[in-house]
Design a protein around this ligand. Structure first.
Ligand SMILES: [Zn+2]
Length: 468
């Protein structure tokens, strides 16, 4: 079977899928299914929804848009999937290609070496002519690679030359982008619900991160909470290569609705991010600086260490300030570490929403009653400037970390709250309208589904028209 099932989890039962298909018929009066929406690169139009039927068919040749290859007419295309323990020889054997010259070529040709990286589940295609001679071999060894922020597929192609020899080349071209939708109601766990809806694990993780400042997915979830999500996936030859970004999301927690949409502002200096549907950034702001300081005594980056006198990367920013100056947490969070660390002296690490943490070092002392696990609000005093640890004078060493990696706290990468206005807001509203439509459509489907789940399926179908 050519179309493998989504690798994100066990296949759910047929019932809800068939049910949703029929609901969609009711709503649109056209062939429709939930779960897959036709490709729509800029998502400014509400895409039509199509029913994808799984059929067994002969392999469609992997297209190589970057190459002008001859026509495939009259060629016999065969495809075999790599299995655990396969070798190039066993693959060629199953593909019924027996050509010692080809095998020699593959062994000797440096440009063909990716064929020796066989990944179980991936496919090799060959095309032979009427005489049974190999005309080409294609192997998409990397279906979803990140390259310059783009998702690309990488493929090895071996061609028979007119002279009867072979040549090999690697090709890279954009993966096909698809827009998918998913929805569900939480019965026991978020992952249980997203899995049942066929939403990839990685997309669920993003949902948690995007709403992390509002919903604590480990404590606040209630049975009956709902999610609706629009996300992208990248496919190679009709198969999911990797899941991409969440484009729009609605989560109803305990009766309250939270929404987010991905938007890339046109304006220079503003970076893409998640916004509420009214155009305010969903990112929690961080304070630019954690204290009133007299000067920045050392910036982020390479410098001569003042005590060790060696060149090394400085992973934070040093703010010189009189001893005892209050130091404030730059955002809401939880104290992850409080105590002494080698070199850093008295140190506090605060864990914020998402993957953000901040570190404050060389403190003279800590705020009273502050301990590991304490919750702090943005601007709360957590300690006082000192020179404990490896420090030449009183200063605060401040680090900003994303997923444990330090970035320059003065750089534009740190989430400082932004909102959109003027032309940018108009552009945003247009952008949001299509997602709003999709989320509403899902909500309607969900209402129809949930309202009738515990009754007979046949009744549910009759009711779908009324659910609008
Ligand atoms: Zn420092």
């Amino acid at each position: 079977m050519r179309f493998g099932s989504n690798a994100s989890g066990p296949r759910r039962s047929d019932f809800p899928r068939r049910f949703l298909v029929l609901c969609a018929f009711g709503l649109f009066g056209a062939a429709a299914a939930v779960g897959m929406v036709s490709q729509n690169a800029d998502a400014t139009v509400v895409p039509d929804i199509r029913h994808i039927v799984q059929t067994l068919q002969l392999p469609e040749p992997v297209a190589v848009p970057s190459v002008q290859a001859g026509p495939d007419d009259g060629l016999y295309v065969r495809e075999e999937r790599v299995q655990r323990g396969d070798s190039v020889a066993s693959m060629l054997n199953r593909l019924e290609v027996s050509d010692p010259a080809l095998q020699r070529f593959l062994v000797q040709e440096p440009a063909a070496r990716s064929i020796y990286q066989l990944y179980p589940g991936r496919a090799i295609q060959v095309a032979t002519d009427a005489e049974g001679e190999l005309r080409w071999l294609r192997y998409v060894h990397t279906p979803g690679a990140q390259s310059d922020g783009e998702v690309v597929q990488q493929l090895l192609e071996v061609l028979r030359t007119p002279e009867g020899g072979f040549e090999a080349a690697e090709h890279e071209f954009p993966a096909e982008r698809r827009i998918n939708v998913g929805m569900g109601t939480i019965r026991s766990s978020l992952f249980g619900a997203t899995d049942a809806a066929g939403v990839p694990y990685n997309v669920t993780q993003q949902m948690i991160d995007i709403l992390a400042s509002d919903v604590d997915f480990f404590r606040d979830l209630r049975p009956g909470d709902q999610f609706r999500v629009v996300y992208e996936t990248f496919t190679t030859n009709g198969e999911n290569a990797r899941s991409g970004r969440v484009l729009a999301l609605e989560f109803v927690n305990n009766g309250k609705s939270y929404e987010a949409v991905w938007y890339d502002p046109d304006e220079a200096g503003k970076s893409g991010g998640y916004f509420a549907l009214d155009g305010t950034s969903r990112r929690r702001a961080f304070l630019r600086v954690p204290l009133e300081f007299t000067r920045i005594s050392s910036g982020f980056g390479l410098r001569r260490h003042p005590v060790l006198n060696t060149m090394r990367g400085h992973k934070g920013v040093d703010y010189a300030a009189p001893p005892g100056t209050p130091i404030r947490s730059t955002a809401d969070g939880t104290v992850e570490f409080i105590g002494s660390q080698r070199g850093y002296g008295n140190t506090v690490i605060v864990k914020h929403h998402g993957e953000y943490t901040t570190l404050y070092a060389h403190m003279r002392g800590f705020a009273s009653n502050l301990r590991k696990g304490s919750r702090v609000a943005q601007g709360d005093v957590i300690g006082y400037v000192g020179s404990t640890g490896m420090a030449t004078g009183p200063h605060l060493h401040y680090e900003f970390r994303i997923a444990g990696r330090q970035i320059d706290p003065q750089s534009s990468d740190i989430p400082i709250a932004q909102s959109l206005d003027g032309k940018e807001l108009d552009r945003f509203k247009q952008h949001v309208a299509s997602y709003r439509g999709q989320l509403d459509m899902l909500a309607n489907l969900q209402k129809a589904q949930d309202g009738t789940l515990d009754t007979d399926g046949a009744v549910a179908l009759a009711d779908t028209g009324a659910a609008r």
